[in-house]
Design a protein around this ligand. Sequence first.
Ligand SMILES: [Zn+2]
Length: 405
Amino acid sequence: MEPLFTAIELEQVKAYHAPIYTAAAVDLVLWPLVLIAATRFLTRPFHRLATRWGSRVKVPVLDRVWRGDDWAATVIFALLFFGFFAALTVPIDVWFGFVREHEFGLSRESFGAFLLGGLKQQAIMVLSVSALAFGLFGIARRTTRWWWLVGLAASLVLVVSTALDPYRARLYVDQTSLPEGPLRARLTTMLEGAAIPFGDVLVVHSGEKSVRVQAAFAGTGPTRTILLTDTLLETMTEPEIVAAVAHEAGHVSESRWPGRVLTPLAVFGLLGFVEWLFRRSSKRGWFGITARGDVRVLPILVLSFDLVTSLITPLSAALSRERESAADRFALQLTHDPASLTSLLVKLGRINKVDPDPPRWYVLSGVSHPTILQRVAAIQKNATPPPTSPVKAGTVEQQEPGVTR
Ligand SMILES: [Zn+2]
């Protein structure tokens, strides 16, 4: 195999990644400290401000629903807290998300479009934070059994949310159905052969924003959708696109139990912890809290959530890397075309400027995929010749009816 990058390209890829690693290292150490400082020094002033502003908002209906008139102060406090961090990270987001992406030729987005995307995200943040603050602190002050009610609701929302994934993405990028033709026919035959039902194959028109290529499955059951970026269709050959979809198909056949069991457990664990915080804080009078369901526990909650996430991320990333390797093996079984899977990964690495050997600590701290070199090496090791004479990837599906999920 020819090297992934020429010396000059490699230098550029390394230059692109260096500040990303620095930021990740700083983030790992600094972010918890920023959260601790914010919790310690901002909770009281933000709450005073929220109470003053909230007292001016009068909506009698909501007073009745909430059983009190401090719902506005609660929502404003949550918005101040999350808004503070959003404002803090704006310059960093612009530099990493826009300036450098353009500098290294990865983004094609105008600054206006970038700004609009950011504003959309902020609007969604404001809506969800307001709804969450109103709902969570509103129900918690009514009943001590709130947390299993919310837990059930949240577990349901999580299930529905997975099914809605394909639609949520449309908020940001246009998607159109892949026209009938040889590629679509080939993908359909392959997935039918592997007994993987799906709703549609969509082209994601991300090319006007980014040169990056990507293939993904979104949704589940009848809403399962195959997403292929227009950049992928432009830059890859048909067998390479087939290899990409075969890899994604490998993710479909993964065992779902960890997600289905651990996610609700994590949700209930978190909510149980919130209830404990409510009791503890009112008993001890933290930040002047006198009753259960006070929004001033929010910073402690966010801090705890951040610390737990930092502990879990390396584990879930290790599991994810394991699953990526399995999906590569699944793709090989499905297509018997190691050459196309290899060239897909190599081209993807070049286009997306993927670091061929990222620092070990960075990978361990939370990278979801094995490196491209590791994947290519594994493909070469696992590539078994097809049982009959060499087959072209396009005809393999008919000849391999034995592939099971
Ligand atoms: Zn994958």
